[in-house]
Design a protein around this ligand. Structure first.
Ligand code: MG
Length: 392
């Protein structure tokens, strides 16, 4: 199953901007320390079936979207293009830009940041299994619905057959393309892509979503979203590591090669900062320690690049439903002095962890000539992390 993700995100959101006195439209406002759209894109990035992401937006915000992609490791972003006058136009433009060899497309609104990658992946797998060409996410209607005319109830609608329809909406690409061709021949007011397919008389199936998939359209939605994200359970993880120093070995700290007469002896590359960070992450989600996952008796890990260990620890953290709030580290080394490298180490660590730089600390201390570190026999690192449960 391969799908292109199309993210319409061109709405100007004048009301919310006015209400919040904000210069930015909704997708660019922050919730839980991350723009709404970045959260949506990150969820799409993590869906294995999704091979490319195309965003249709107001091009003034293109640089912000590219920066989001860089900061949050969104590598599948293929194109950021000018959206159309209506949502339908935006989706059509993006559809034309998708790769021909990807048979499905998934349309998901940029202002729905909560739906998890796992659910989207499950949805796509169900679409493939079913063989049906058009699907929407939705849930049975809960509130009582009444038809009202001039302030008076005309009737109570039987809600048994009513569903609230959301995105993602998933289509065989050629079906959606055909629906658009018909729509362009005889346009009508369409509020979503499924309506175009329905209009052709084709069945559209509903995939039931139970978890939160809030669409952020009003200031109230935005405040609720912030509340949800900011009240999440927090976890702390602690890690430390120590390696012997040996002359003539390459010396890596936080993934940066440090010019030095000696380096850390170890089965892997001996990067004490990365090892301490791996342990803090594993500790915070109760997933054991670095030695259990990467035993130094395993030849596979001889001379291993510690960035692989970080990758594994990050995926275990994400699987446990947590994301990193911040990471702080201290390295204890007598010589060489690390002052000149701290910036690069912090930047590298932030990029490995997919965090903004201000959420990452790298501090260096000498041991005042005391103990093994003081005698240039060892290098030690300490690390602490705060995780927050992803309320999505
Ligand atoms: Mg180690």
């Amino acid at each position: 199953m391969k799908a292109s993700a199309i993210v319409p995100s061109a709405g100007s959101g004048r009301r919310i901007r006015k209400a919040l006195k904000s210069a930015l439209p909704k997708p660019y406002l922050e919730i839980g320390g991350m723009p709404v759209l970045a959260r949506t894109l990150k969820n799409l990035e993590d869906v294995p079936e999704i091979r490319e992401i195309i965003v249709a937006c107001d091009l003034r915000y293109r640089p912000m979207i590219l920066e989001m992609a860089r900061q949050h490791g969104i590598s599948k972003l293929k194109s950021v293009l000018q959206g159309g006058k209506t949502r339908t136009d935006s989706v059509y433009r993006a559809l034309c830009r998708t790769s021909r060899n990807i048979p499905y497309c998934l349309v998901h609104e940029g202002v729905r940041p909560f739906l998890t990658s796992r659910t989207m992946s499950r949805f796509l797998r169900q679409v493939e299994r079913s063989g049906h060409e058009a699907w929407v996410a939705g849930r049975p209607m809960v509130p009582t619905v009444k038809e009202v005319k001039k302030g008076v109830i005309v009737r109570t609608v039987d809600r048994a057959a009513l569903w609230e329809i959301e995105t993602p909406q998933v289509f065989k690409k050629n079906t959606l393309q055909r629906a658009y061709r018909e729509y362009h021949r005889a346009p009508f007011a369409a509020t979503d892509d499924a309506s175009l397919v329905e209009h052709m008389g084709k069945p559209v199936r509903v995939f039931e979503v139970r978890e939160s998939n809030m669409k952020i359209t009003t200031p109230e939605n935005l405040f609720t979203a912030r509340k949800i994200l900011e009240s999440g359970e927090a976890r702390t993880g602690w890690g430390e590591d120590c390696h012997r120093l040996e002359p003539g070995r390459p010396f890596y700290l936080a993934g940066v090669r440090i010019p030095s007469p000696w380096g850390a002896k170890g089965h892997s590359d001996g990067d004490v900062i990365l090892h301490a960070v791996v342990d803090e992450l594993l500790g915070a989600v109760g997933a054991g320690d670095i030695g259990e996952h990467f035993p130094d008796t395993d030849k596979k890990y001889k001379g291993a690049d510690s960035r692989l260990f970080i990758k594994k620890a990050l995926s275990l953290t994400a699987e446990s439903g947590f994301c990193i709030s911040n990471v702080d580290t201290t390295v204890i080394l007598q010589k060489p002095k690390l002052g000149a490298f701290k910036g690069a180490m912090r930047a590298r660590l932030a990029s490995l962890l997919g965090l903004p730089k201000d959420a990452v600390g790298v501090k260096a201390k000498t041991a005042e000539g005391l103990g093994a570190e003081g005698r240039n026999e060892a290098v030690t690192a300490h690390a602490v992390v705060t995780l927050k449960r992803r309320n999505s």
